[in-house]
Structure formats: C-alpha cells, structure tokens
Design a protein around this ligand. Structure first.
Ligand SMILES: *Cc1c(COP(=O)(O)O)cnc(C)c1O
Length: 385
C-alpha cells in the first residue's frame, strides 16, 4: 500500500523539452517565453492584459499599488484564505479587514462585505476559495456604488468559471498563482490580469524595477540604450524557464479540469450520502476546477475532523485540515481586536478537511480514500448495534 498525497503536480516530458529549449536558447531570464505565456494566458482567461510575476503574492502586491491603495486605507479580505491574501494589503501600509464567508462556498458574499465597509474601504480582495467561483456580480454591485476596487485573488481559480466566463474576467484586477499546489504550475509563478491598460503598463514596469526599457529589449539592441528608473519598483519577474513550463501546462488545463471534475463527481456520489458529512459542490453561478475537494465533518459524524484526518493517516492517506483562518494566526493577533466576529470562517476552519485529488489519482486509489472515510463513518453505528 503506497502513500496517497493530497496533491501531486502533473508535469513531465513536454515540460522537460520546453525547459531544454530555453536553456539551449541562451536566454533564461524574463524574455520571449514570458511574453508568449502572458499573451496565451490572457486570452485563455478572457483578460485584455496579462503581466507575469514571480508568484501570486507579488501579483497581489502590484494589484494594490496600481489600484492606488495606500497607507491608512482599509482592504476587505476573507480570513478564510491562504495567508497571502491578508498579508498583501499590509505591504502598502493598508489594513486588512476580515469579512466572514458563506458556508456553502467558503467565499465572501455581498452581505459579509457590506457588513465591514467603512469610509476608509478602498478595495476588497475576493477569493475563489479552492476553485469555487465567488459570486462576483453581487459584490461588485455593492462596491461600485462606493468606488471600491474589486481585486480577485484567483490563485486557485484557473479553469473555474463564473456565469459562463473564466473567473477573474469580471474583476477590476485578478491575481493568479502557479505554485505546485494549484492546477497549473511553473514551480513558482504568478500573473496579474486586468482590462485597465494604464494599470497593466504600470504593473509591467513595477515588476522590473520600474525600468523604462525591459532587460530583454535592451539586450535585443546592439546600442543597449540607457534606461531610466521612473519610480521605486520591485524585482517580481518570472523567468523564461518558468514561462516555458507554463505554456505547456496552460495547453493542458482543459484536460486537467475535466479530469478533476470527474474525480470530484466520484467523491460526491460516494460521500454525499454519508451521514455527518457535507461535501463541496458547484454553486448555481458557476463551475469549480476543484483545486480542493473539501468535506465538512458535522456533529453527527462519529469523530471530529481531527479524528478523521488521523484515521486517514493510519491508512497512509494524507488529507489536509481545511483552509486556514488568517485571523487566528499569531501574525494577526493584534489586528483582530476590532474585527467583526467570523463564526462561519471558524466553523469551516475547525471542521473541514481536503481529500486527495490530483490528475493522476487512480480510481483504485480514490476508492481507498472513499473506503477509509466510509469505514470511520460507520464506527458508531456498528458500536451501537
Ligand atoms: C496559493 C495562494 C496564494 C499564494 O500564491 P503564491 O503563488 O504562492 O504566492 C494566494 N492566495 C490564495 C487564495 C492561494 O491559494
């Protein structure tokens, strides 16, 4: 019996070939492959402009800078997210304000956002948590009235759809991740997408030290024209090595999403009827890529979440305690004092777990996970009989 991990990137011979070509070309830093990856990714996600970055966290930072978020502003974020969502506003001196999430999707809603809007709210960062699309239109309606910028942290969302379009396409700016935990990986990497040309142009310069000319374009000229540094920028570049992998992975995204949705469906058929479990599903407004397939352990299940995680571990299956809650981390100890209560976030953080789901998960392996869960679910009833 071999270990079943929660996630395994699907990466192989085509990526090796693509990276080899980059090495042989002699240009490994940000260059033509990054430009091509940006173009193809933007097209696939329905975005006018795409700016590649070193990761999603840096894309979020750039998004806040170009949107004009400043020190003293408030940025509404879900606590129920990877910590980078909450951290990003602090990089521009703004204050993350935590809003609660919806029990069914784990995402912000118009109601939870409205509850924490103040005169200082400058932006909201919505998340497509685990790939489940956020109900963006309702949140936009609330924000547009007040001139609040809507940034979508679509780190988990490549391949998910909202009202028939790719997620991210309806936000003012979206940020994407290509970390191996996501569906499409470049090792590390990220992207910022937007339809606002001025924001894309500025983000493109900021990610490369705010140079007036890119290193690639200077290199292309024998004269190597002098560059100018227009404001204080960053080095948030992606490399051509990463972009070459990204181009291959992007081509496979539809296949990856189809497979993940099939596996999610198999889980749901087997587990939805298990007493004491609640399984994640598509919301009415879109489709998930099932970057994470989570279940909530309800009070009438024979064990709590910890008990189920431990039982799976004994079967050599590595499930994960569900999505984190930033407001419960030591880093945010001093921030939460004046925040509203977050009961749904805490309930989900305490009771959900993520089951293994990845492209190469075999049916027999998935059946092992299902059997292990079902076995735990039947313990009390067996004992009571
Ligand atoms: C993974 C993730 C990030 C961070 O992405 P990096 O590319 O690792 O910086 C940010 N937000 C969410 C919601 C994520 O899941």
């Amino acid at each position: 019996m071999s270990r079943i991990n929660v996630m395994k990137p699907w990466i192989g011979a085509d990526e090796i070939q693509a990276v080899t070509e980059v090495i042989e070309s002699g240009w490994v830093a940000q260059g033509p492959r990054v430009a091509r990856f940006e173009e193809e990714f933007g097209t696939a996600m329905g975005a006018e402009h795409a700016v590649a970055t070193s990761n999603c966290t840096t894309a979020l930072h750039l998004a806040l800078v170009v949107a004009g978020v400043q020190a003293g502003d408030e940025v509404i974020v879900p606590s129920f997210s990877f910590i980078a969502t909450a951290n990003a506003p602090t990089y521009v001196g703004a204050r993350p304000v935590f809003a609660d999430v919806d029990l069914a999707t784990g995402n912000l809603t118009a109601e939870t956002v409205s509850a924490v809007i103040t005169d200082r709210t400058r932006a909201v960062i919505v998340v497509d948590q685990g790939g489940i699309p956020v109900d963006l239109a309702a949140i936009r309606a609330v924000c547009e009235l007040r001139g609040i910028v809507v940034i979508e942290d679509a780190a988990c969302g490549a391949g998910s759809t909202y009202r028939g379009r790719p997620v991210g396409a309806g936000a003012d700016i979206a940020a994407w991740s290509f970390h191996p935990r996501k569906l499409l990986t470049t090792g590390e990497g990220g992207m910022l997408t937007t339809s606002t040309t001025a924001w894309a142009t500025r983000a493109r310069q900021l990610r490369e030290h705010s140079m007036s000319l890119s290193a690639a374009s200077r290199q292309a000229s024998v004269l190597s024209p002098a560059e100018e540094y227009r404001e204080i920028g960053f080095n948030y570049r992606m490399t051509d090595l990463q972009a070459a992998i990204g181009i291959v992975q992007l081509g496979r995204l539809p296949e990856v999403v189809r497979k993940r949705r099939e596996l999610a469906e198999r889980y749901s058929i087997a587990l939805a009827a298990v007493p004491g479990l609640r399984v994640v599903s598509d919301p009415e407004w879109g489709t998930s890529n099932f970057q994470s397939y989570w279940v909530e352990v309800l009070p009438d299940f024979p064990t709590d979440r910890e008990g189920l995680v431990e039982a799976l571990a004994r079967a050599d299956i590595s499930a994960r305690r569900g999505i984190m809650a930033a407001h419960r981390q030591p880093a945010y100890r001093d921030w939460v004092e004046h925040n509203v209560p977050l009961p749904v976030t805490e309930r989900l953080n305490d009771n959900t777990l993520i089951l293994p789901l990845y492209h190469e998960l075999a049916d027999a392996e998935q059946d092992r996970v299902i059997d292990a869960v079902v076995q735990v679910s039947s313990t009390r009833r067996r004992g009571a009989a």
